[in-house]
Design a protein around this ligand. Structure first.
Ligand code: AMP
Length: 555
């Protein structure tokens, strides 16, 4: 068996390996570590997150670092802040037994002065996102002119996110003599271009992906109409009430729409996409990890670098363009020896893509029939029964049991069960049409405005619109962050050319009106008005006149 020792790691690093409990090198480590321990190697490695690639470049880089000087010798570029922090954290653990190694993370959305201070104190290795690093180079807050090692991690994703120019610019500040190590989950032509342009005869390595195998993942698909996806999603959730899943959409707007619909249908869901601020993304991820959110609705880019075990289902709301991306998505479930399910919603015209996936995975995908409303309801009732059966008795309720027994004395078991069931499902719509595709089509057509809005909502007018470069996600974010409200507190945002509308719960009415009172942005008064059955209440006290928008019929 290959050991870390036989790969050539020094004693300090071997001690860290032991403490971390790594028993044997992974495939990528076995192939890469001996190569990178040599004096001069450029490398292109096709490997996904979860294969142990951080250690594959991390250990050799740490072994090469000269600790006698404080100069920055290693640079790791990564696409997202999450990944940047993850890499820093991993490398700190790998270098724990090295004397005073300094690894500094540099990423957007956090205080640049603090990061600059840390670098000034001496950073042997800088782990960075491209945008922030470029900014720091421009301000001369970091010096990468003498690095010996440069890692481009998740190169395909960095290029997907539009970092090509930033990367190019960063590399011009590095010496030609450095070793360049590129890691990527896929190899689109853009990655080849980077490798060709910036690397010298790189060694190319491919490793089998950790989750690409179908061993632990069942792959299923539903044939749906283009407008039936949300119905299909509800059906899947209905059949799996304990689902802990990740739903992949192609666009930011779609993630937000699906998340909002799910929330309004009573599910614990949240959207994760690139338009959220870092703090918002962190908050969403924390809630998901803690299982306060049951369904994470994400774009591929936003979900990169996120390692959450226990995901039971991956749902492909739409299929991605590249099959590799499908493999990557489905690899988020079936981890750590557990079983997972990957479900695809595919239209008839896209059915041929199922064949391509089958060829790639070398396995047959199972077509599922959409369950009927009755089946879903039966399943819900069974779940409720199972929950009751497995609920442990709450001992501190003991003193109240006798009283409850007495109060329910006249009821036989059958009646009691029927009453409990009626209470539990009193608001459940048993009309089979409630889950039919026809109804869904109407809902979709009405777009963001429909979706079972809460009764106790207020609708507001705001004099900002697409003319001011807002679209509904950005306007929603603006209003939310301005009011310091949560993700779901501002909804049904509709953006017109010169103005927009949004809704909040009634309890936020005063907050909304007061907060926007006397607000000027770029020398322009921002006006927010409550629209209600023909009357308008304005945040702008000086404005007595009723707004012409206030009496719009549809509100
Ligand atoms: P990565 O692909 O770098 O994101 O690594 C995925 C996870 O695998 C990280 O939590 C590492 O700590 C862990 N890991 C890396 N190498 C090994 C190994 N040889 N044995 C066990 N776990 C490992």
């Amino acid at each position: 068996m290959t050991t870390f020792k036989s790969l050539g790691l020094n004693a300090s690093l071997l001690k860290a390996v032991e403490k971390l409990g790594f028993e044997a090198p992974t495939e990528v480590q076995e192939k890469v570590i001996p190569l990178l321990l040599q004096d001069k190697t450029d490398l292109v490695a096709l490997a996904q997150t979860g294969t142990g690639k951080t250690a594959a470049f991390g250990f050799p880089m740490l072994q090469h670092i000269d600790l006698k000087t404080n100069k920055t010798q290693g640079l790791v570029l990564s696409p997202t802040r999450e990944l940047c922090l993850q890499i820093t954290n991993e490398m700190e653990q790998y270098g724990k037994e090295l004397n005073s190694i300094n690894i500094v993370a540099v990423y957007g959305g956090a205080n640049i002065t603090e990061q600059a201070k840390k670098i000034k104190r001496g950073a042997h290795i800088v782990v960075a996102t491209p945008g922030r690093l470029k900014d720091m180079i421009r301000r001369k807050l970091v010096d990468i002119s003498a690095i010996h090692f440069c890692v481009l991690d998740e190169a395909d994703e960095m290029l997907n996110m539009g970092f090509y120019e930033d990367i190019k610019s960063i590399l011009t500040h590095t010496p030609n003599t450095k070793n360049s190590w590129l890691f990527s989950a896929t190899m689109p032509p853009e990655v080849h271009t980077i490798a060709k342009k910036f690397m010298k005869s790189p060694v190319e390595i491919t490793v089998g992906t950790k989750n690409a195998g179908t061993k632990n993942v069942d792959h299923h698909y539903f044939i749906v109409g283009a407008r039936e996806r949300y119905t299909a999603l509800r059906a899947v959730i209905g059949m799996h009430p304990t689902i802990f899943g990740c739903v992949f959409c192609r666009t930011k707007i779609e993630t937000q729409k699906v998340a909002e619909k799910l929330i309004q249908d009573g599910h614990k869901a949240a959207a994760l996409h690139g338009d959220l601020s870092q703090n918002q993304r962190d908050a969403v991820m924390q809630s998901f990890r803690k299982k306060k959110i049951q369904l994470l609705i994400a774009t591929d880019v936003a979900a990169r670098g996120i390692d959450v075990d226990d995901i039971t289902h991956v749902i492909n709301y739409q299929l991605p363009d590249e099959i590799e991306t499908y493999t990557h998505r489905s690899g988020r479930t079936g981890r750590a020896g557990k079983l997972g399910t990957s479900i695809i919603f595919v239209t008839k015209s896209d059915r041929r893509k199922i064949k391509l996936i089958e060829n790639k995975l070398q396995t047959k995908l199972k077509e599922l029939e959409m369950p009927s409303a009755e089946e879903i309801f039966k399943n819900k009732v069974q779940h409720w029964v199972d929950q009751i059966k497995t609920t442990p008795l709450k001992s501190d309720l003991q003193p109240y049991f006798a009283e409850a027994h007495k109060s329910l004395e006249g009821l036989d078991k059958e009646t009691l069960i029927e009453l409990m069931l009626s209470k539990e499902f009193r608001s459940f719509d048993l009309n089979p049409k409630s889950l039919s595709f026809d109804q869904e089509k109407n809902t979709e057509r009405r777009g963001d405005r429909k979706i079972n809005a809460p009764e106790d909502k207020d609708r507001f007018f705001i004099n900002l619109g697409s003319r001011d470069q807002y679209e509904w996600t950005t306007l929603k974010d603006f209003v939310r962050s301005f009011l310091n409200l949560g993700m779901d507190d501002v909804f049904q945002v509709e953006v017109m050319k010169n103005f927009s509308f949004f809704s909040t719960h009634k309890k936020h009415r005063d907050l909304v009106l007061k907060s926007f009172e006397n607000l000027n942005l770029d020398n322009r008064r921002i006006s927010v008005e409550l629209t209600k059955k023909g009357k308008t209440f304005s945040s702008d006290k000086k404005k007595k006149k009723k707004s012409k928008f206030g009496s719009k019929k549809r509100f």
